[in-house]
Design a protein around this ligand. Sequence first.
Ligand code: GLP
Length: 241
Amino acid sequence: MNLIKCNNYDEMSAQAAKIIAAQLMKKPNCVLGLPTGSTPLGVYGILVQMNKNDKIDFTKVKTFNLDEYYPISKKNTQSYHFFMHDNFFNHINIDEQNVNILNGEAENPQIECELYEEKIKNSGGIDLQLLGIGQNGHIGFNEPGKALKSKTHLIELTQNTINANSRFFEKTEDVPKKSLTMGIGTIMKAKEIVIIASGREKANAVYELLSGEITTANPSTILNAHNNVTLIADAAALGEN
Ligand code: GLP
């Protein structure tokens, strides 16, 4: 795994944005896998600015988001559908037809997950997957457990994740208990993966990731088995201050 050490959040965001911009220039019709959460907000901000300054173009880019709460309405301001449009898609020149996000309103979540896998496959697969990391090491919403699922699936969120994500909701009880998420295999099929981490709360998960051991107790550690992963972490996430 390549490691890019950064002094702070802004540096981490700039480094990740640089890799994504380079990917867009190399392959203008590339397929990006995208995360939500607070960590990628800086990256999205830089990419929006670059797009406004005509430095990068999204007209041919396809995106697949990692996950979505279930059930949740697209109009709910806490949905990842809303988050992605509000923070990114509404501000860049992407074609809405090329934006793919799991449907938190799907009547049959299993069929929704199968269709999503099909869509990713038919797009030619993900060229570059950007990831955040949960405090417990989750990637997407693949929570620690005895057996991790390979394909896109419906998952029960752990109390740790519900608590961590409750900061975005009025009450902890409002956080949906389930989510739809790309599976570990879906993520691992990406040709290149960039994982970003910032802040002390991530230090333990990042330490385990960097230890090289692979364990379902920290799903991110599976990335040690991928041949093109870059971890971009700030000093706090590396436990350095
Ligand atoms: C959520 C998302 C993850 C994300 C994680 C970390 O649970 N499903 O994809 O990586 O939270 O979020 P944050 O960046 O806000 O710490």
